[in-house]
Design a protein around this ligand. Structure first.
Ligand code: BG6
Length: 459
């Protein structure tokens, strides 16, 4: 064997509540922004499939966790649905407590460590109605929600994450039209980003107060930015992309401060959010213990080729263009670039510029549209996924050998799940979910290959 991983390496997969639970209105769950958006605009969702009964983990979690165990996984990340746990009057939904307690207990019984994330794009609608992340009160509501989760489940759960990909609700909800409320307004986006960052620090503060002996972190989609060339203009464009889209949350979560250059940029563009000096103190004093890093594809950047028009709204892309690099390797089933070395580059960046903080690959994966065409005698033969994981793991292994503090690798995702506006279009799971046949689970070829990797702690 050539690629050996450390003992106790975290092998598993990741998911999120809205994407796999289903039971969207069962047992007193409130609406979140996805339930609402689907109600008013179902045509936005691929094949008109909404979040009502996604993958049915809510009903089948025992079977699913047993399957995880049989496939050798030692850890699994999921999220707690805020709108399931906390009712609109602020009280705790005891039926939701039962559900999450059962999930956690079943995982522990099967030797699978629960990694819990608190926010994966699913704002309760009753809070969105008062402005969502734009409203400082919602930050306090999140702080209370996080505290409640630690109190309820912190005796058993020792790995917590405040947010998944915190830049995504900013980008997709306030700078693009992929998440509700789907507005394009840079100033509001900056306020949302600032409040999400503050909420993360407040949750960390609450967690530390309770002294529960676990670790708390954040999960960032740390997409490395690569400039088209070394020209001054391309380097500048790549730097600004990196600053807004990576360093905004990464620097602040790990080092406790918004990058000076970002503050300058925001001031120059007249985008400063409303903030209080004491809040900056909270951010400074409550940094993460652990980092989750989601990596799918690189961000290739070039200097802007045309002037931004006067009537165009300002967005991050007013300052750079995406670069379509000739000859790049592509996942033809999703259209995303595959660049395995990106995993190594981001690991080295964390080692050298972020105090070599412990981190793990919290999502990596390959989406495939129309994956049923790869079915042979009832099983999806996903050799492309095996290849994809293997090549990324080789670079992860090299990073480990060079002193990076890499703790684990989670695939997105365990079983095919519903992915926001893309619904069930792109399949990512180790396990096929047949949405036309009672959501039947069938492990794909890659799940058995991964099981061997886990058993051997390498390949
Ligand atoms: C990740 C998100 O960035 O991408 C997931 O954390 C999402 O929630 C995944 O499902 C895949 O996205 P898509 O659009 O290819 O289905």
């Amino acid at each position: 064997m050539k690629y050996i991983f450390p003992k106790d390496f975290w092998w598993g997969s990741a998911s999120s509540a809205t994407q796999m639970e289903g039971g969207y209105n069962l047992n007193e769950k409130e609406q979140n922004i996805w339930d609402y958006w689907y109600e008013i605009a179902p045509e936005k969702f691929h094949n008109n499939i909404g979040p009502k009964d996604t993958s049915k983990f809510y009903y089948k979690y025992e079977e699913d966790i047993e399957l995880m165990k049989n496939l050798g996984h030692n850890s699994f990340r999921f999220s707690i649905s805020w709108s399931r746990l906390i009712k609109s009057d602020g009280s705790v939904n005891l039926l939701a407590v039962d559900f999450y307690e059962n999930v956690i207990n079943t995982m522990i019984k099967n030797n699978i460590e629960p990694f819990i994330n608190l926010f994966h794009f699913d704002m309760p609608m009753y809070l969105q109605e008062i402005g969502g992340w734009e409203n400082r009160e919602v930050v306090s509501a999140y702080q209370n929600f996080s505290k409640k989760c630690f109190e309820l489940f912190g005796d058993k759960v020792k790995k917590w994450f405040t947010h998944n990909e915190p830049i995504v609700p900013v980008e997709c909800g306030y700078l693009g039209e992929y998440h509700y409320p789907a507005v394009v307004d840079f100033k509001r986006a900056v306020q949302v980003g600032y409040h999400i960052m503050l909420s993360s620090s407040l949750a960390i503060m609450e967690y530390k107060k309770l002294n529960q002996g676990g670790q708390i972190g954040i999960i960032v989609n740390l997409t490395p930015s690569y400039p088209r060339s070394n020209s001054e203009e391309d380097l500048k464009a790549s730097n600004i992309a990196d600053l807004i889209l990576n360093r905004s949350f990464l620097d602040t979560s790990v080092l406790g401060e918004f990058p000076g250059e970002l503050i300058e940029f925001v001031k120059e563009q007249d985008l400063l959010p409303i903030y209080k000096t004491q809040e900056l103190e909270i951010i400074r004093n409550n940094t993460v213990d652990l980092l989750g890093v989601n990596y799918y594809q690189p961000r290739r950047v070039k200097a802007k080729e045309s002037q931004v028009k006067d009537n165009e709204p300002l967005t991050p892309e007013s300052f750079f263009d995406f670069y379509d690099m000739p000859g790049k390797k592509i996942n033809p089933h999703r259209g995303w670039e595959i660049y395995e070395k990106g995993i190594y580059d981001l690991a080295i960046n964390i080692r050298d510029n972020y105090k070599n903080i412990p981190f793990f690959i919290s999502e990596n994966g390959m989406g495939v549209e129309g994956e049923e065409k790869f079915k042979v005698e009832g099983r999806i033969e996903d050799d492309y996924r095996i290849e994809f994981i293997k090549e990324h793991l080789k670079w992860a292994n090299k990073a480990l050998k060079e002193g990076c503090n890499l703790k684990g690798y989670h695939l997105w995702t365990f079983m095919d799940n519903w992915s926001w506006l893309n619904a069930y279009k792109n399949r990512y799971g180790f396990v096929e979910v047949d949405i036309n046949n009672e959501f039947k689970r069938t492990p794909k070829k890659s799940s058995y290959w991964f099981k061997d990797v886990i058993e051997n702690n390498g390949f």
